[in-house]
Design a protein around this ligand. Structure first.
Ligand code: BGC
Length: 577
């Protein structure tokens, strides 16, 4: 990393600049790293998720790549984020967008080379951004050398012991070992042909059949991942986002799942209710990983992707000797409702605080309907089902964007660490009209189109309104089609434009850093029903979710919609008193 400038020194320098010299002030703020020396950077960082397939395509094949990311890092510096998290770019047959890894130490040629990864990491550090990579330990790809040799070996051989192979039930082993379902639909077991050609054992895959689950009770598996962690730490990454961090350990004896409300989803709602989510044994793995990272100093972090409720239980993933952060999916799933939001914020700060961890905040990622759409779907839309042309409940675009902007300012005003998913800073909605024949998500394929899945939030970004593929790829190719209306949301159209969503994010992030909101303390303020208001580090954040206007006192420094003397409904403002 570049040498840190303390935030206080930076703040003084900014205050010394005249008010009109905003550009110079922002440039100075952006050049600084996220936190003061001695303070853990990740406790208050704003982390930008890059889904490499859809960020920027440098070689023109229609799929984003690492060079594309490196070339555009300056835009993220201008935006004012502290770090980037990159979804997987490793060798993979791409059956699940790269979450099916065939070699954890190689870059997939689609995305570039190991040299490109090194260049990206170094360049990010040079411009003051930290880099979080993604690690997928629950399963490998079926193209991984280990799985190929498991298939070529006999039942009960050591090669099979690295995965979850079991004999089937029934007189001839013709029934799966238990009733578990895949998150993507259909059974979680697939039967294999043995080397002699006969039908034989079954293997477990909580996701696609091309993603066989590893056996985390096997020391060889644990040792291999220690080594993979070191491989990426040695290359300089600042942290790892851990995929399916609630799934590695399965209940002893693999008992049948007794169905309850969460069906075959990713949820682990009840203590030990689901025999494959949130088992106690996962914590031992995280303690081991924490000590692997600790050898690299205190600045390298682990971030859990674990769909665990309630937050009190989730907080177990971030106890002092486990991970540093966990995605706050309770916040992500919270409806547009003042009481519910107030309570999830309070609960998050309390529960994560109780174990000494910061809360994280997140509204969108590559697995969920973009929040600019999700917040304006008036009807049932279970997580993972997506939205498509024939969905019963389509989002209202105007309401969606207005709420998304208001929720963004609420989120960025909170103490803790916030995640931004690429494109939300442009106000991108879900692509709900994506044609069926373009869809690639295994959820869509495995449910025969019953669930649309996640392609609608993964559409390549619009950079420039007037270029082919809106500047995503110079050849005009895109692996998923972009909606025509995205021309008006392209980055170049919004840059420097008063009132644009991009401008709102940029200015909010600059203020967040100036006032130190990420490392502040929240104090609730009562401004009436359906209004969420709190003070943090000298800034009052007021989100009006009511149907009536709310009076403003103080100096407005940021707002999600035009405000004059009052705050309109579905609007958030930041004021200094
Ligand atoms: C990732 C998904 C992926 C799944 C299986 C997740 O939670 O975020 O995109 O499909 O893990 O690896």
């Amino acid at each position: 990393m570049t040498t840190p400038i303390s935030r206080r020194a930076c703040l003084h320098a900014v205050q010394a600049l005249t008010l009109v010299d905003v550009t110079a002030a922002e440039a100075l703020l952006h050049a600084s790293p996220p936190s003061e020396k001695g303070e853990d950077w990740w406790r208050s960082a704003v982390i930008y998720q890059i889904y490499p397939r859809s960020f920027a395509d440098a070689n023109g094949d229609g799929i984003g790549d690492l060079r594309g990311v490196t070339e555009r890092l300056s835009h993220l510096v201008d935006l004012g984020v502290d770090a980037v998290w990159l979804s997987p770019f490793y060798a993979s047959p791409q059956r699940d967008g790269g979450y099916d890894v065939s070699d954890y130490r190689q870059v997939d040629p689609l995305f570039g080379t190991l040299d490109d990864a090194d260049t990206l990491i170094n360049e990010a550090h040079r411009v003051g951004l930290r880099v979080i990579a993604d690690i997928v330990p629950n399963h490998t790809s079926s193209e991984h050398a280990w799985f190929k040799s498991a298939l070529a070996s006999d039942a009960h051989s050591p090669d099979r012991e690295r995965y979850m192979f079991r004999d089937g039930e029934g007189a001839h082993g013709e029934l799966p070992p238990n009733n578990w379902l895949s998150v993507f639909g259909g059974p979680a077991w697939t039967r294999v042909n043995e080397p002699d050609g006969r039908q034989g054992q079954w293997y477990l895959h909580l996701f696609d059949p091309s993603q066989p689950d590893l056996n985390w009770d096997n020391e060889e598996v644990r040792a291999e991942f220690d080594d993979v962690l070191r491989f990426w730490m040695d290359r300089g990454v600042d942290g790892l986002r851990v995929d399916v961090a609630h799934g590695l350990i399965k209940a002893q004896g693999l008992p049948d799942y007794v169905p309850h409300a969460d069906g075959g989803s990713m949820g682990g709602d009840e203590e030990s209710a689901t025999p494959y989510w949130g088992q106690e044994g996962v914590h031992e793995v995280w303690r081991r990983w924490r000590s692997v990272l600790a050898a690299y100093g205190a600045d390298r972090i682990l971030v859990a992707e674990a769909w665990i409720h309630p937050l009190k239980r989730m907080a177990k993933w971030v106890r002092p000797d486990e991970m540093h952060q966990a995605f706050n999916f309770t916040f992500l799933e919270c409806p547009w409702d003042a009481k519910a939001l107030h309570s999830v914020i309070e609960e998050s700060l309390t529960e994560f605080g109780a174990v000494g961890a910061p809360s994280t905040w997140v509204m969108s990622n590559h697995d969920v309907v973009r929040h600019a759409s999700r917040l304006a779907v008036f009807g049932e839309n279970p997580q993972g089902h997506g939205i498509g042309p024939k969905s019963a409940h389509k989002p209202d675009r105007i309401v969606g964007l207005q709420r998304a902007r208001a929720l963004t300012l609420l989120m960025l005003g909170l103490p803790g660490s916030s995640y931004i998913y690429q494109g939300e800073e442009l106000g991108l909605p879900e692509h709900v009209e994506l044609p069926d024949d373009a869809r690639q998500d295994p959820t869509w394929l495995r449910t025969d189109g019953e669930r649309y899945g996640r392609d609608g939030c993964r559409v390549p970004l619009p950079w420039t309104a007037s270029e082919p593929a809106f500047g995503f790829s110079r050849t005009g190719r895109t692996w998923l089609p972009q909606p025509r209306e995205w021309a008006e949301l392209a980055r170049d159209v919004q840059e420097g434009k008063e009132g644009s969503t991009l401008q709102m994010y940029t200015s909010a992030l600059a203020h967040r850093r100036t006032y130190g909101l990420g490392s502040g303390t929240l104090e609730w303020v009562d401004l009436g029903a359906d209004v969420i208001a709190f003070d943090n580090a000298g800034v009052r954040i007021i989100a009006n979710l009511s149907a009536v206007v709310v009076p403003i006192e103080g100096q407005v420094i940021a707002s999600s919609a035009p405000v004059h003397s009052v705050i309109p409904p579905s609007t958030t403002v930041w004021v200094t008193l």
